[in-house]
Design a protein around this ligand. Structure first.
Ligand SMILES: Nc1nc2c(ncn2[C@@H]2O[C@H](COP(=O)(O)OP(=O)(O)OP(=O)(O)O)[C@@H](O)[C@H]2O)c(=O)[nH]1
Ligand SMILES: [Mg+2]
Length: 325
């Protein structure tokens, strides 16, 4: 995924240290003092320019990003602020080059190139320091963005949703390549996790989400909002897991309220309710399963596979005959 390729973003001091070291090496190569000073400045601004423009280019183009990623970035950071900081870096790159270039040119007619060299170095340093906060913000964003799940838009995607602690991660670990943390308390899963389930040459993408409580969108925390974004943007099938035993700590009534509001929010997406922890309590009218005893799990998987069969995404992957691991 594009985010994985964003390299660590240096601070202003790191950019300047590196540029000064490179420039000093150039300067040593020249025997003529005035030429050496000019080369020194040209080396600094070129190095600053290259590093800043390279950083901007390594960021993905947010205009081309699928909605899901834009939503996620906006939950965690802000696409506008990232754009603004990238703009600031472009400004600093151009300004350092223009200012440095004009000092280098004026050295040719000057008798005191040492003073000009010092002035130019100070100006470039001040320009780079002006975007230090942008560099730091972008690096924070980069550290989080590179850990976002790699979700393929061309694969049939089942998003597993429900209240916290109902067994969503237990189900995904059982039927897919994912290994999502399972624990007997709420909000164990804190981010979107992707697993794959092979069906012959096809592959189903199964997305584990953090548990969502039945409460208004404006009261939801970042973890829940991530889940909501994944559910509404990604799913070809929503599998809502409920826990009739209420061992999860929430009443079945609250769980079914959440189920109704999710169904409403993702109107056009096929929706299935599955009741987990059947080893403790079953609920009639729904498929029941237990990820502990394994009872009913195969039937749920067969149901998911039936959806894949009638999905247009299934046909695409069949035709391509290219299912990456
Ligand atoms: N008895 C029983 N316990 C189960 C079953 N499935 C999961 N559990 C237990 O329920 C607890 C929660 O399981 P998780 O898979 O972490 O639940 P989750 O829905 O992913 O929880 P969050 O990530 O917090 O939203 C764990 O203690 C599991 O061992 C089941 O079929 N029967
Ligand atoms: Mg979980």
């Amino acid at each position: 995924m594009e985010f994985e390729n964003i390299p660590t973003i240096p601070t202003a001091d790191e950019i300047l240290d590196r540029s000064l070291r490179r420039a000093a090496a150039f300067k040593r190569e020249k025997t003529n003092k005035d030429r050496a000073n000019e080369e020194f400045i040209r080396a600094i601004y070129s190095s600053v320019y290259d590093k800043l423009t390279d950083t901007v280019q390594k960021f993905p183009n947010f205009d081309e990003l699928p909605q899901f990623y834009t939503d996620l970035v906006n939950i965690l950071f802000s696409v506008d602020k990232i754009r603004h900081s990238l703009g600031a870096l472009k400004w600093a790159a151009e300004t350092a080059r223009t200012v440095g270039g004009s000092y280098a040119r004026s050295m040719r007619e000057s008798s005191d190139t040492n003073t000009l060299r010092k002035q130019a170095t100070a100006r470039i340093s001040s320009i780079v320091h002006q975007v230090d906060k942008d560099l730091k913000y972008l690096n924070e964003a980069r550290n989080v963005l590179r850990k976002l799940p790699d979700i393929r838009r061309d694969e049939f995607t089942v998003v597993v949703a429900g209240y916290p602690n109902v067994g969503k991660s237990s189900f995904i670990n059982l039927v897919s390549s994912a290994s999502s943390e399972v624990a007997g308390y709420a909000f164990t899963t804190k981010r979107i996790i992707v697993g794959h389930h092979a069906v012959g040459r096809d592959r189903i993408q199964i997305v584990d989400t953090p548990g969502i409580l039945d409460r208004p969108v404006e009261d939801r925390n970042d973890i829940e909002l991530q889940a909501f974004s994944a559910i509404t943007n990604l799913a070809d099938l929503i599998m809502f897991i409920a826990d009739a035993s209420e061992a999860c700590g929430y009443s079945i009534e609250s769980q079914m309220n959440l189920m109704e509001s999710l169904k409403e929010a993702a109107k056009d997406v096929p929706f299935e309710v599955v009741v987990n922890k059947s080893d403790m309590k079953e609920l009639s009218g729904y498929p029941n399963m237990s990820t502990v005893s394994g009872e009913g799990v195969d039937d749920v998987v067969s149901m998911i596979r039936e959806y894949l069969k009638s999905s247009p995404k299934n046909l695409i992957s069949r035709n391509q005959k290219e299912i990456p691991e």
